[in-house]
Design a protein around this ligand. Structure first.
Ligand code: AMP
Length: 557
């Protein structure tokens, strides 16, 4: 990969260079991509290409870029854990475990097939195939987040599947240095391999046991303590320290991957009532590092490979996008899931990313992968990431064209299991069932007003259902979720979520659908009050103002 690299000008501050130049360029190209209605990811990758070694001008430090990308993976996986409970993980194991293993095997075999055609040795074929088989966490989560699918059943299967792939990769990375000499010699001493395998298994098991026994005792307590200090800074710091500290510890002590460590940290935090705040507070940082992840991928790409090995590139992309998808689709369908679930899982896994690079680097250092193979892997990653939003859109279009909207909503509702279709009318739709929403819910109950709650927290929805209250799981900003709550025939829409600007979007959509609906919204700032009124709210209640009135009333002279 070094033949046409631009000379590297060493800088005294490589970290600042890459963050500053990388973010500025990613912003500019992201903006352009957004203007021409393509995914901003394309813009981030181009920014990476520009600061990479294969284009003239400034060359960012590749080593620093990779570490920044890894922080992106840690923060994102932590974020996923925050929405995922251990129960959710166990609930999808029956499909995620066999699915991931069969798909990994199938795509590795395709990789070996291609490498045989190219005349590479078996060891190269195996590593090449493995590189093509593991999807990127960042790309998958971005796609699910954009479509508000993280907490859906299909999204959870895809995430569970990815976690199994992650685990397999952890083992692969550990075992590969022992397996390669055996493959080279044809035979060899199997004992070191068995020893390494048992050691890794033991370490992963120990890590999980430590996390599940000590974690729930220490982490929520730490979080509550730091929230109790009243300092927002200390709270955010505590969340970051937990995410980064556990990710680091999981690698340093147990040799588990950073991503897996961070996922477990998030999952344990998920049990705490403060998990929403933790997710909210770390969001800007997660976004910034996810962008740097894509920039660092762009940096690895050497466009020359398209000219030197066009067929190789095409075949690699086909394996990633078509081969993997077809395998995943068949497995999910065989397990009796719907077409919608099967397609979503297939397309979300039809790309490769960070693990492929780690594995390709290891293959290079073991002397098994040459420059051309590594370039093919990077090209496969770039193109599969670029094409992923398009593949998603095509799959969605296909599903839409084959069914009516009602069929789609009902199918989705049944499939999500937890979405129980609502049949009432003249009711109140209550968005959010936290501190504000729960009190309103009780008041409505006392007045015998029928109620449907929309909540984005799975735990809260389950609790409400156990009390016999109609509850829909999801983000109210999603129009289909509002349709499930029967926006078409509701009498009131009560928005109790704390972000006035997010509520504004919901108000504006609801108003466009129902000019006669009574919409009452919560706000915390004067500008939010104006924003909500402009978008069509009937009444806006500003929390701080009401607190002041109540407190003033309590002053007895
Ligand atoms: P609180 O601020 O304590 O009244 O809690 C607000 C509640 O709203 C929390 O339970 C959140 O899970 C929920 N929530 C926040 N945003 C959304 C949304 N977009 N859709 C549905 N529920 C939400």
């Amino acid at each position: 990969m070094s033949s046409s690299q631009a000379p590297v000008i060493t800088s005294a501050h490589p970290l600042i260079d890459i963050i500053a130049i990388g973010l500025v360029l990613a912003f500019l190209f992201g903006l352009i991509a957004n203007r021409i209605k393509i995914s901003p990811i394309v813009g981030y990758l181009i920014a990476g290409l520009i600061i990479g070694p294969y284009t003239p001008g400034f060359v960012a430090d590749n080593h620093v870029a990779r570490q920044l990308a890894e922080i992106g993976v840690i923060l994102l996986m932590f974020g996923v854990g925050l929405h995922f409970s251990f129960k959710d993980l166990l609930a999808v194991k029956s499909i995620a475990v066999p699915g991931a293993i069969v798909q990994l095997t199938f795509s590795t075999l395709l990789g070996i097939g291609l490498s045989t055609l190219m005349g590479w040795p078996l060891a190269s074929g195996i590593i090449f195939g493995l590189c093509l088989s593991t999807a990127s966490t960042v790309v998958l989560l971005r796609a699910l987040e954009e479509r508000q699918l993280i907490e859906s059943k299909r999204g959870q299967i895809a995430i569970g599947w990815l976690i199994v792939e992650d685990l397999v990769m952890v083992f692969t990375l550990v075992l590969l240095p022992a397996v390669i000499p055996i493959l080279h010699q044809g035979s060899g001493n199997l004992w070191p391999l068995i020893f390494d395998l048992s050691l890794t298994l033991g370490k992963v098991a120990l890590f999980i046991i430590v996390m599940l026994t000590l974690g729930p005792k220490i982490i929520p307590w730490l979080l509550a303590k730091s929230a109790g200090t009243g300092s927002r800074e200390l709270f955010t710091l505590c969340v970051l320290a937990i995410a980064m500290g556990i990710a680091f510890g999981s690698v340093a002590l147990f040799q588990v991957s950073f991503a897996l460590g961070a996922f477990f940290a998030g999952m344990i935090l998920n049990e705490s009532d403060l998990s929403h705040r933790a997710a909210h507070d770390t969001l800007p940082l997660r976004d910034a590092f996810a962008v740097l992840f894509f920039v660092s991928v762009g940096m690895l790409f050497n466009p020359k490979i398209i000219i030197t090995s066009p067929l190789g590139v095409l075949a690699t992309i086909s394996i990633i996008i078509l081969g993997k998808s077809i395998a995943a689709y068949i497995i999910v369908r065989l397990m009796k899931h719907s077409k919608r679930t099967a397609l979503l899982i297939s397309v979300s896994l039809a790309q490769i990313g960070e693990f492929a690079f780690i594995l390709a680097t290891l293959g290079g250092s073991l002397g098994v992968l040459n420059d051309e193979t590594q370039s093919l892997i990077v090209a496969g990653a770039i193109f599969s990431i670029l094409l992923n939003p398009l593949v998603f859109t095509l799959a969605e279009r296909y599903l839409q064209s084959t069914k009516t909207i009602e069929e789609q909503i009902i199918e989705k509702a049944i499939e999500e299991e937890s979405q129980i279709p609502v049949t009432i009318c003249n009711h109140a739709i209550l968005i959010g069932y936290g501190r504000v929403g729960s009190l309103i819910g009780a008041a409505l109950h006392n007045q015998h007003i029928p109620l449907v709650v929309i909540e984005s927290s799975r735990n809260r929805v389950e609790e409400l259902r156990s009390q016999g209250i109609n509850a829909i799981l999801g983000n109210a900003a999603n129009h289909e979720i509002l349709a499930l709550a029967r926006l078409d025939c509701a009498r009131w829409l009560l928005l109790t979520t704390p972000n006035g600007y997010e509520s504004g979007e919901i108000v504006s959509f609801a108003r466009s659908q129902r000019p006669d609906l009574e919409i009452i919204a919560r706000a915390h700032y004067d500008d939010e009050v104006d924003y909500l009124n402009e978008r069509g709210a009937t009444e806006v209640v500003m929390g701080e103002r009401e607190i002041a009135y109540c407190m003033a009333k309590l002053i007895k002279n």
